[in-house]
Write a protein that binds this ligand. Structure first.
Ligand SMILES: *Cc1c(COP(=O)(O)O)cnc(C)c1O
Length: 227
């Protein structure tokens, strides 16, 4: 299968899942996860109409930022070390993986130097697995409050990675829980905080995530093949 055929298939499945859930298909955006993939694959997907790409590794992302001329909207979706933030400052549209105040402070500081504001999501470890990053569910509201005090970042929503299951239905409760948490945080009415985005769902389970309210699905393997 080619990248463009895979993309067409995924887009159709996103539409169907959204419609089944009574949602507007345009309320779900596809983030093509291009980690470990060469720039040529990104160009191919871009030419097939895909504009949003997610990367995990900052060195790799920085190289691709320099390499690609296309008007790609870049998202950071993986663990981010504070000392790497400077390499991507001002060059990515959304960071999905803010899980601690020290990282948020560094993002705000680096974007501040450029006179810009960085949109971020708070990554929440809903399952509590020690192997997963993310703030605890109990700590999420407090972290959002603290981030709201920083001048150069803006919280736009939440992100999660559920445990890996063969059966996508098994991930559904974690998606539902992230949705519930976003409503709780929204109800707190923190100034300048929006709980508009929910980043959840990957190749194996994005349809269940859409049914539970995902606005950003992060799909790699199903577009680009096995890594
Ligand atoms: C790699 C990755 C994905 C994509 O996973 P696939 O199963 O290849 O679709 C999504 N989100 C994060 C955070 C990832 O690291």
């Amino acid at each position: 299968m080619s990248i463009s055929l895979n993309l067409a298939d995924i887009r159709q499945r996103i539409r169907t899942a959204a419609e089944k859930a009574g949602r507007e298909p345009s309320s779900v955006r596809l983030v093509a996860v291009s980690k470990t993939r060469p720039a040529a694959d990104i160009v191919e997907a871009f030419q097939a109409g895909q504009t949003v790409f997610g990367e995990n590794y900052i060195q790799e992302l920085a190289a691709k930022l320099d390499q690609l001329q296309e008007a790609v909207e870049w998202h950071v979706i993986g663990n981010l070390q504070s000392n790497k933030v400077k390499y991507i400052a001002g060059r990515v549209a959304l960071i999905h993986s803010v899980d601690r105040l020290s990282l948020a402070e560094e993002i705000s500081r680096q974007w501040g130097k450029l006179g810009k504001i960085c949109d971020v999501l708070i990554q929440v470890n809903i399952s509590g697995e020690s192997s997963k990053s993310g703030t605890t569910e109990e700590g999420a509201l407090q972290l959002v409050r603290e981030c709201a005090q920083l001048p150069n970042i803006r919280v736009k929503g939440l992100m999660t990675m559920p445990p890996f299951f063969d059966d996508p239905e098994a991930a559904r409760p974690y998606f539902a829980e992230l949705f519930r948490l976003s409503r709780t945080i929204d109800a707190a009415g923190i100034p300048a905080v929006e709980m508009r985005e929910l980043s959840m769902g990957m190749s194996g389970d994005f349809e269940a995530a859409i049914q539970e309210g995902a606005t950003l699905v992060r799909v790699g393997t199903a577009i680009f093949g096995e890594r």
